[in-house]
Design a protein around this ligand. Structure first.
Ligand code: NAP
Length: 447
């Protein structure tokens, strides 16, 4: 009952005081995996582990609110690849993270549950804040930076991503965004971009911030004007933002995709140099499982034919084992391979001679600190970086949405409607939206 009241109040534009007066429900609906089911995919190949079997929509009790936390009514969320990892229990079941986190302090015990409410992206409205929260109040329209830090260790105070207790919300903690209500640290809230719908706003978060750190911020590749950036998975979650940052920053993206349709979307964004890896049939590994140098050279030649003979200053890596040896080979002398993931496998093999003899660097990057995420969100709010949302499902369809990401059947991002009854709601600044242009905001839609 009070969930419907909350939804209705938000849809009717209720004030913060009115929202704060609505009683909170004792339980809420959430997309979860269950601890008792972590063994259901044992013996199956990676591709055969099906999120539609492991993701359930359960009623879970509302957790206690900590002094530095907020309850957020979630209007929309989105699927991240970490939702896929959670739902197929790879590389390890996320219950391991919850158990570890539960042991950290009295206040984190609540995270260790036999269910895991997953989800690392969200847009919604603050319902209540804990007594130590000073920057946010009920009624604030927010997105979530999915980082959890308490900064009690000295190491995190220059860059919170170096905090030894840093965790990803909704992946390494419980009570995430694929739900009607979420529990969020107040130092992870950010203002919702006013010109976006709930689902567009929710879909930017994690991948936008990660890409910002990898390419723009002080902590990773620090791209400069004129640089050539090779972007794997350029029409995927990270890649769709990477193309925008490179274009905005005066760089030249070389975008790798696996279909004509994806190439066409990127072309409409202004990306000129695109390689369709499937159409060109690149085979980076020979039948004996060794790196195939002649194919690396063919790929490099294709890049040079586009760039006028210039090799990539930066390679934007997240695809992992299948591409990493090629990435190291393809980066220019003195260039950078910046990596944040290993979708195709995390045990990489590459020929180290190409690295050291050519003075190349590999930079590991992980998510983003609050400041980087805030900047990335500010660029979205200013209409300089746009969402790449292609499709939206309901909360009940979370398993199907995760299945599509797992099987690379999607383009850009997939959104999830939580309390929002339909797509298209939540726009607070239609004039800015009109100025930015609907075509820029919905380029990926329906793909
Ligand atoms: P995504 O939306 O699935 O996009 C990944 C893209 O990679 C796909 O669109 C696909 O593009 C390409 N790809 C997949 N397998 C490939 C292969 N074997 N060879 C070449 N290209 C391949 O996923 P995402 O949201 O961008 O996330 C990508 C990875 O980064 C995931 O592993 C995720 O867990 C990780 N990640 C890490 C962080 C972090 O903070 N460390 C943050 C975000 C994401 P084409 O088929 O069109 O080539």
């Amino acid at each position: 009952m009070s969930i419907d009241q909350i939804r209705q109040a938000i849809l009717e534009g209720a004030s913060g005081e009115e929202i704060a007066a609505i009683p909170l429900p004792e339980a809420y609906k959430a997309a979860v995996v269950r601890k008792e089911e972590v063994g259901i995919f044992e013996g199956l190949a990676h591709q055969d582990k099906d999120p539609r079997k492991s993701v359930h929509i359960d009623e879970v009790p509302l957790p206690e609110l900590g002094p530095d936390e907020a309850y957020v009514a979630i209007m929309a969320s989105a699927i991240n690849y970490n939702t896929v990892w959670t739902s197929i229990f790879e590389p390890i079941p996320t219950f391991t993270f919850l158990e570890r986190y539960g042991k950290l302090s009295e206040s984190t015990k609540k995270h260790d549950q036999p269910y895991h409410v997953m989800g690392s992206d969200a847009a919604g409205v603050v319902l209540r804040v804990g007594e130590a929260v000073r920057r946010w109040k009920p009624g604030d329209r927010v997105t979530v930076h999915c980082n959890v830090v308490d900064l009690q260790d000295p190491e995190g105070h220059e860059d919170s991503m170096l905090d030894p207790q840093q965790r990803i919300w909704g992946f390494e903690t419980n009570f995430g965004g694929l739900a009607e209500i979420a529990l969020v640290k107040a130092n992870a809230l950010m203002p919702k971009p006013r010109h976006l719908t709930w689902e567009e706003a929710a879909s930017c978060g994690l991948v936008n911030s990660t890409t910002y750190r990898m390419l723009v911020g002080e902590n990773a590749a620090r791209m400069r004007q004129g640089q050539v950036v090779l972007i794997w998975g350029a029409a995927g979650g990270l890649g769709g933002f990477a193309c925008q940052y490179v274009l905005n920053g005066g760089g030249f993206p070389v975008a790798v995709v696996s279909s004509k349709e994806k190439a066409e979307i990127l072309r409409s964004m202004g990306v000129e140099w695109i390689i369709d890896r499937k159409a060109e049939g690149f085979k980076f590994w020979d039948d004996a499982g060794e790196p195939n140098l002649s194919e690396f050279r063919r790929f490099g030649k294709t890049i040079r034919s586009m760039t006028g003979g210039v090799d990539p200053d930066i390679v934007f890596e997240h695809t992992g084992r299948d591409t990493f040896a090629a990435s190291v080979f393809l980066a220019k002398r003195g260039g950078i391979v910046v990596t944040c993931a290993s979708t195709s496998g995390y045990m990489h093999i590459y020929d180290n001679r190409y690295l050291w003899m050519n003075l190349k660097r590999i930079i590991g990057s992980h998510f983003a600190n609050y400041n980087e995420a805030w900047e990335a969100n500010r660029l979205v709010s200013l209409g300089k970086i746009h969402p790449i949302l292609s499709k939206t499902y309901t909360l009940e369809e979370t398993g199907q949405a995760a299945y599509e990401v797992h099987h690379n059947l999607h383009v850009g991002k997939i959104g999830i409607l939580c309390l929002a009854p339909t797509e298209g709601l939540g726009i607070d600044d239609p004039a800015l939206r009109e100025k930015i242009g609907e075509e820029n905001l919905t380029r990926f839609k329906g793909r």
